[in-house]
Design a protein around this ligand. Structure first.
Ligand code: PXP
Length: 246
């Protein structure tokens, strides 16, 4: 099982302080340093979502990660002509097409591949010709899986948001839906990934979903890193303060 590490929220944190100061010498945390840390931790690829409103990742972040980090880059993007143009210049190893509504906090629901088949077929062909392998971020629904295969996408990423946000019977039903969709995707020759809301606490339940080859995980890793790193960061500052004469 491969792990794609989504580092969007490193940029979220930087933008919270430095949004109006592009390239500020003191801007932190660094997105490329985060990608290097993920590489050291064993990440198999780096995922970043360049959103239409550029609320976290900036174009320069994607370009720097592409240039400096020796890992496959997975660009998540909305299915728009402007983002196609960006992707063709960036040439990421993978592109994951996601729905994007500007007001949503994160990616809610999957892409409606069935409803936008012709438009997405053209987009997939252009991205593939540009050297990127394309996946469709979809809800675990038969219609969407079939549509993804029909338009020539080699991969799907199944949306695990509902799985992660529910418990009990609802969670079990959603796990079954994921398993059915994954089996169908596999039967249709698609590579199957999963992502959104995956945490240490729900990871084991995803072993019930067959044919998964990659998980894309972001929020929980950044959230957890705060606590695995905060004690050391405070200690470092205390030591720096104590080492000076005041
Ligand atoms: N996969 C896709 C397509 C996403 O949009 C996201 C969220 O940005 C993720 C995976 C990662 O989800 P999370 O941050 O909840 O781990």
């Amino acid at each position: 099982m491969l792990l794609g590490v989504n580092i969007d929220h490193v940029a979220t944190l930087r933008q919270a302080r430095y949004a109006g100061m592009p390239g500020a010498h003191n801007a932190e945390p660094s997105v490329t340093a985060a990608a290097r840390a993920a590489l050291e931790g064993g990440a198999d690829s780096i995922t970043l979502h360049v959103r239409e409103d550029r609320r976290h990742m900036q174009d320069a972040d994607a370009q720097a990660v592409r240039r400096e980090i020796p890992l496959p880059l997975n660009l998540e993007m909305g299915a728009t002509p402007a983002m196609l143009d960006f992707a063709l210049r960036l040439r990421p190893d993978y592109v994951c097409l996601v729905p994007e509504r500007r007001q949503e906090v994160t990616t809610e629901g999957g892409l409606d591949v069935a409803g936008r088949a012709e438009e997405l077929r053209t987009l997939v062909a252009a991205l593939t010709a540009g050297g990127s392998r394309v996946s469709m971020f979809i809800d675990p629904e038969e219609e969407q899986v079939r549509a993804a295969a029909a338009i020539g996408a080699p991969m799907v990423e199944l949306h695990t948001g509902r799985f992660s946000n529910t418990l009990g019977d609802e969670r079990r039903a959603e796990t079954a839906r994921l398993a059915t969709a994954a089996q169908l995707a596999h039967n249709l020759g698609l590579e199957v990934h999963a992502g959104h809301g995956i945490q240490l606490s729900n990871l084991a339940e995803l072993t019930a979903v067959p044919h998964l080859t990659e998980l894309n995980i972001g929020h929980t890793l950044i959230a957890r890193a705060v606590f695995t790193g905060l004690t050391a960061a405070v200690r470092e500052m205390k030591e720096a303060i104590a080492s000076l004469s005041w």
